[in-house]
Design a protein around this ligand. Sequence first.
Ligand SMILES: [Zn+2]
Ligand SMILES: [Zn+2]
Length: 344
Amino acid sequence: MRAAVLASYGEPLDLVDRPDPRPGEGQVVVDVAACGVCGSDVFLRKGGFASTLPIVPGHEASGVVTEVGAGVTSVAPGQPVAIYYIEHCGDCELCRAGRVNMCLHVRRMGVDFDGAFADRVLVPAENVIAVNADDDPAAIAVLTDAVATPYHGLVRVGRARPDETVVVFGIGGIGSNAVQIATHLGCRVVAVSRSESKLRLAQQLGAETCVTADDDVVENVRAVCGPAGPDIVVQTVGSAAVDEQAIAAVGVGGRVVLIGASLEPFRARAVDFIWKEATVHGSRGFVPDDIREVIDLYRAGVITTDHLVADRRPLAEANAALADLESGRVLRSVLVFGEGWSTR
Ligand SMILES: [Zn+2]
Ligand SMILES: [Zn+2]
């Protein structure tokens, strides 16, 4: 099979031939139909995750199960699936509490083990979620991460309620979907971006107010959110300066939900939180039910993936897809491996 491999940080991926994976006990082989190219892949290539190299990136994928290992009864060959990229032990405190995204023995596809920038990928059987043959594989792929991540942040971490005001910093692959999910939840959404075109997209996805991210962004956000300030601020930009803006902008009793990962420290004072009884939450990935719920919303026509799946490329163009994302030319690219679910 073909695979795009990261051999050293900062370098382009190499397209190589590799032996097909064979399923061990409890594992399945998935022929990849589509895999989103995500900001995390750019972060990975820069060395942000300290992976063991070489690694095949790709954590936002769909495909068809083609082989199952011993003991697998939950899924059969031929089944189209979404892949949940977080391998979890099922037995630690966090797994037993249903918080499998934070499993103490977590291994992430495309970060800790080889991912779906390849014709085939090997995953535990419990990491595939059956989908329908008439679903679009590219849409299913991006729902598993670009949409499920802000869904988790808003629903499970931020606990957004109808009529709350939600400010979204950054209208990229994650932030654009935070806008449409918060809108669906009945929140009043304020979108913040430097880019006029991204603010227009945010408006199409339901944002009521757009604020340009300039030097006065905190004052301008607070001016449109009323005297108590926003209930939730979702921070999707990997920037410590924006972390500080998000904390400064949050309202009385508000929650800051950090999704955009930056390795830089930010500055804050205890009084910034005490006086407002504000809280800051990290939101890490998502759980399998988040994927099931966003797929349901997508099928119901409540949320769209059109802005995420327009830019489709073959595996051989994985480096160009990463460059597009890094330059901000696209919110997402999707690597596609064939026509629909058929890849051979
Ligand atoms: Zn991702
Ligand atoms: Zn666990």
